[in-house]
Design a protein. Structure first.
Ligand SMILES: Nc1ncnc2c1ncn2[C@@H]1O[C@H](COP(=O)(O)OP(=O)(O)OP(=O)(O)O)[C@@H](O)[C@H]1O
Ligand SMILES: [Mg+2]
Length: 243
């Protein structure tokens, strides 16, 4: 049976070179929830995401992710999570289809060909299958990245600033896709520096310098102010990440 909370972790901590970069963070997310992860540069978003999906061993903390023990069962979590890294990259001299095939091999997917075909169809990549990844625009690269991290049908999607460098129309389409996936039961944690994305999330978690300061619905986070006002206040000092 699916656990009520896809993510239910407490006291997650990471220390690098004696410096605490994630400081006892708690986070709970329900199945099918989209949580926007906000915070200034260097506040620990990527580090937290990597601890959740089993790529980085926490120095403290406990709880579960996808029903598995977040400390002891990291390999199982990794295999059932899709993780789009902050600066995703492909083999630029391979085609779209070849890149997806490569990812499918890494996961040792049974029925690899069918999985690649399904991913191509699903994101409208089929008629571009023979295009080289290096020649794609930002929006198509992003679709390829999403197809690659969904190819093994994960139950949790971790997106680390997925829309940096993508034009507004492609971003809107991307978010429509994410919402459809969440409606189907996929849980999504997405870090972003964009207000128009934050507003599309079911909940927002704001982290600054390793500490989780707020977690709630956009309305709860905004309180008596507009979300826009709160956002500007919270994100002050991160303008240089707006490119
Ligand atoms: N492998 C590492 N070794 C040492 N320090 C690290 C390592 N990874 C991250 N850090 C440090 O941990 C802190 C948090 O970094 P992290 O990348 O998690 O922040 P972030 O919120 O994702 O930032 P951004 O918005 O710029 O992506 C930073 O001070 C960073 O320099
Ligand atoms: Mg980061």
């Amino acid at each position: 049976m699916e656990p009520e909370f896809t993510i239910d972790v407490h006291g997650m901590t990471k220390i690098f070179d004696g410096k605490t970069v994630v400081n006892g963070m708690d986070l709970r997310m329900r199945r099918g929830e989209i949580c926007g992860f906000l915070g200034p540069n260097g506040s620990g978003k990527t580090t937290f995401i990597r601890m959740l999906c089993g790529l980085l061993h926490p120095d403290g903390g406990s709880g579960s992710c996808l029903g598995y023990n977040v400390i002891r069962e990291s390999e199982k979590i990794r295999l059932e999570s899709g993780y789009m890294t902050q600066r995703f990259s492909f083999y630029e001299d391979l085609t779209i289809a070849e890149n997806l095939d490569f990812v499918a091999r890494m996961f040792s997917l049974p029925g690899r060909r069918a999985s690649v075909e399904a991913a191509l169809e699903w994101l409208g990549l089929a008629n571009r299958r023979n295009q080289l990844a290096g020649e794609l625009s930002g929006g198509w690269k992003q679709r390829l990245a999403l197809a690659a991290c969904m190819i093994h049908k994960p139950r949790l999607l971790l997106l680390d600033e997925p829309t940096a460098g993508v034009d507004p129309k492609a971003r809107r389409q991307f978010w429509d896709t994410i919402r459809t996936l969440a409606d189907g039961g996929l849980t999504v944690l997405v870090s972003t520096h964009y207000m128009d994305e934050a507003i599309r999330c079911d909940s927002l978690a704001y982290i600054a310098y390793g500490n989780l300061l707020v977690h709630g619905t956009p309305a709860e986070v905004a309180g008596d102010s507009t979300l826009e006002e709160v956002f500007v206040r919270l994100m002050d000092g991160v303008e240089d990440s707006y490119h």
